[in-house]
Ligand binder design. Sequence first.
Ligand code: SF4
Length: 451
Amino acid sequence: MAEPAQRAVVINPAKICQPIGAMYATLGINQAVPLVQGSQGCSTYVRYQFNRHFREPVNIAVTSFHEDAAVFGGRKNLIEGLYNLVLRYRPRVIGVVTTCSSETIGDDIETFVKEARKEIGRGLGEDILAQVSIVPIHTPSYAGSHVKGYDTASKAYLEYLAAPGQPNGRLNIIPGIINPGDIEEIKHLVREMGVDPLVIFDISDTLNAPMRLPKPLYPEGGTTAEELKDCANSQGTVALCRHAGGSGAQYLLRKFNLPAVLGPLPVGVANTDTFLENVQKITGAVIPPSVERERGILLDHMADTSQYTVMRRAAIFGDPDIVSAVTRVVCELGMEPVVVLSGTASKDFTAEVAGVTAEYGVTPDILSGSDLFAFEQLARERKAEVILGHSKGVDMAKDMRVPLVRVGFPVYDRVGLFRRPIVGYRGTLELMDRIINSILDFAYPEDKLHQ
Ligand code: SF4
């Protein structure tokens, strides 16, 4: 069967809708609530995705469109929704996240937000109004995936909140759609270099929170509104994922002249080396022996386990930055990537993966913006022996009788992976163990591993 572009339908998409990306970013802000300007379904399924990946409750509000809003517009819904949200929850930041329906109607949410602010000031007081920032974020799902939603939100929040002031000596990190454990690992690396990281959209605590009784209105942690303002005064910005957060870093470069580095996601030896070199270039910090030791342990593990990985054929799918980085790791392990898919279309992704695989003399089929149906066909043709991707690949892996190594978002058929990093040298060790143990657990026909 043809690629989705030549077909009438997409079968098993490897992407999610735009608003969830904007909400992913918003949930990394201290005392923030995403307010979905759309129908209840546009927020309920998102809550469900977050709950089953992070095993955490999340606050997501919705303006609850019904027939009248779909016909006459969502002005009344948004003004009332914002008023009630501030009245009951007193958030510091609200991200107004649009949806297919509100964008199709043509809701002018910027004007609606101004009207809502007047109502809140009149009804609840100017002091309460001054405490809350309300940021419109346009995320029509027919114009992009969750990756674009995160990227759009990164720019929207920084445009609205970042402001010049005194240099703070910190380094901005925009993580992209990665896990709390990954963010902790990045903070560890940067701090080992003696640099103070300012993580913009920091979900490391908000989506990995301790149990507190009675349950507080908001989890601890997250980037504060003051930090979002202050990030204009940092030494520079590293967007770990070019496609999810790159626009925020580029905005800070254009507006405040902060050096910006976009990717690659530091998974594997070469990409982590590049990340550390970039931190060094921006801040002047040196890479300490403790980090060199972590690198050495990773290299040792690679040498110790190469008999399990060399020449294994791998198929990889998911978000562009993760897939591109994991493809490099797979090559570093001596495996052969045979099919590589980004569910989000991107010319940069295709060029990046082609460049990485050319370095290692392998030629995978590279799919950009395609679906898991096309991916599976090629993975079967190219006799993939292991699949790397998120939980949407479970049925495919079972049908193909190959192991699925879970990476990316969402992972809902395993617990705890969101706490474990795959970035940095130590995270790559974790990823390697996942890959090798999956291979060892699996009874390949004609295989010598279990003899
Ligand atoms: S695709 Fe559009 S209508 Fe469907 S959940 Fe996403 S935003 Fe809502």
